[in-house]
Design a protein around this ligand. Sequence first.
Ligand code: AMP
Length: 284
Amino acid sequence: MTAVLRTIAEAREWLRAERGAARTLGLVPTLGALHEGHASLFRRARAECERVAISIFVNPTQFGAGEDYQRYPRTWDGDLALAGNEGMDVVFAPSAEEMYPGTGEITVDPGRLGGVLCGASRPGHFGGVLTVVAKLFHILPADRAYFGQKDAQQLLLIQRMAAELNVPIEIVACPTVREPDGLALSSRNRYLSHEERSRATVLYRALRSAEALLTSGVTDAARIENEMQRMIRSTSGAELDYARVVDRGTLESPGAIDREVLAAVAVWFGETRLIDNLLIAPRS
Ligand code: AMP
């Protein structure tokens, strides 16, 4: 049975009882609308930790004005069933009031890395993400916390926050789970019309073509970016946000590619913004 905890006091009480028995704790933060991508994180945590807590919280501070906070899918019954099937011990599902009782003036600043790629299109997004993740780390101080490579910039920022703020939690990166045609699983995929859904494969196709160019010997990042951008722009219904090849650690342009780099894309289909990425390396 998965226990549901609604308040921070309940979470602390559960933790005190579990900690008394000195068990390892895994934490998997989510926004809910759970799918197989989330489930892969749950399974990894289940395999590596004696107790696993997940959080389901549509965090208002990581959504900008005019973004999809209000209409973000909320599928509580299905989420709880999935958490139970995956053997999760606890679902921490607080209200916004429970999580943000204060003025909200004290936040975690993601710095320069929070202002590029998705941060350029979504000002304030990563500040909201890091702040809520820091709060979750304090409410349920786990031994390990699990995050998807699907959100590569988020993962990098959380790794940086953990390192720079001395967070005693191991950050575990998990691979991206995809549909058979390559589309990365996302809670937002359900917004897509039938037509948009089939066109949305262009994200993964663009990333794979970047990989193919690099392994065939093209090491000029700009040339690879141009090809990804061309593919996305020539897809009807797709509006390019960005298609970039960047250094994994700095998210800056690598110039000539001589190491593993991050190819990352963000594309609008109507009101829906999708992201994806691939780590690609030149042939050795
Ligand atoms: P979200 O609920 O979208 O905030 O995602 C919660 C966690 O699941 C984040 O660490 C995501 O990176 C991860 N995640 C989301 N989609 C996928 C996917 N397709 N494959 C692997 N991890 C994912």
